[in-house]
Design a binder for this molecule. Structure first.
Ligand code: GLN
Length: 285
């Protein structure tokens, strides 16, 4: 059996389209199975694909069509802020919106002019925020917490592989820092913020594969922010900063939560590149 790459790609893209899946998935998955870079993949288009590669690709393709399994669970990684992070079913797959959160956080820290800050990433998951900040702000001390041991395992492996120095603590949101009385200058978090009532609206790729722990929060999705803010008053230094990723309808509510805890703060609601409210950036007085 000789199968040309472009034929496999064409058939797979059509198969995806017919099943209401993103056709580009085929290109990315096949590229992964062939172990080729993007440009090598396109130059290879007229070549024949080894049969075992074809079968492995086809199996993954069908799995995706039938279950919605995301590409990142098949390949085992996702790119974030220019680096490759290992992911699995224990962690939320990194989203581009969170790159924007990190970008705003770095800009705010640099604007202060002093990078010798202590940062905590609350609910770190795969570690993307904490690790990126540690690498981009080499003078900062970075802590990260997560309640999930399995997530911390992934985060620690990512930190080790990328050569980032992050201190990880197991525990609920800010609890580990409260216990250790560790104050911080910068609090950054992408906590769970989806209301349980919205579960049915989520894509199967998200609701069946991203961990519930990373997605859903009680109180219309605000419970995590409330829990974090409860501890934050005792932990955030003067002139500190809070950077939260938020759901696109939560801007005013989260702003109010921060202002209740820190009446002197200056709280900004920032939109993502899709024009949706996505980030709360609070300068603490
Ligand atoms: N941004 C994620 C989504 O849209 C949700 C992640 C979260 O709740 N922090 O699925």
């Amino acid at each position: 059996m000789t199968i040309k790459q472009y034929e496999v790609l064409k058939r797979a893209s059509l198969f995806l389209e017919e099943n209401n899946r993103e056709p580009r998935f085929a290109e990315l998955l096949l590229q992964h199975h062939l172990g080729l870079s993007r440009s090598a993949f396109f130059l290879n288009m007229r070549e024949t694909i080894p049969e075992e590669v074809y079968h492995a690709f086809q199996t993954d393709l069908e799995k995706h069509v039938n279950t919605g399994i995301p590409l990142q669970h098949l390949t085992g990684y996702e790119e974030f802020y220019g680096r490759r992070f290992q992911v699995n079913e224990s962690v939320l797959i990194p989203r581009p919106e969170t790159e924007e959160l990190v970008q705003h956080t770095i800009a705010a820290v640099n604007f202060r002019g002093n990078q010798k800050v202590r940062i905590v990433d609350v609910g770190t998951g795969s570690g993307i925020i904490a690790i990126t900040l540690a690498l981009e702000l080499p003078e900062a001390d970075v802590f990260a917490t997560d309640i999930s041991q399995a997530a911390l395992h992934v985060a620690r492996a990512n930190a080790a592989r990328l050569g980032a120095e992050v201190t990880f603590f197991e525990g609920d949101f800010l609890q580990p820092l409260t216990e250790r009385q560790l104050p911080v200058d910068i609090l950054v978090s992408n906590p769970p913020y989806i209301a349980e009532a919205e579960r049915t609206e989520l894509h199967d790729t998200v609701k069946n594969f991203d961990p519930d722990l990373a997605l859903f929060a009680a109180d219309d999705g605000l419970a995590a922010y409330k829990k974090i803010m409860k501890h934050a008053t005792k932990l955030i230094n003067r002139n500190g900063l809070i950077a939260f990723e938020i759901g696109h309808m939560q801007g005013e509510a989260v702003k109010r939560l921060v202002e209740e805890s820190f009446p002197d703060s200056n709280v900004e609601i920032i939109q993502d590149i899709n024009g949706k409210d996505r980030i709360i950036l609070a300068k603490i007085g």
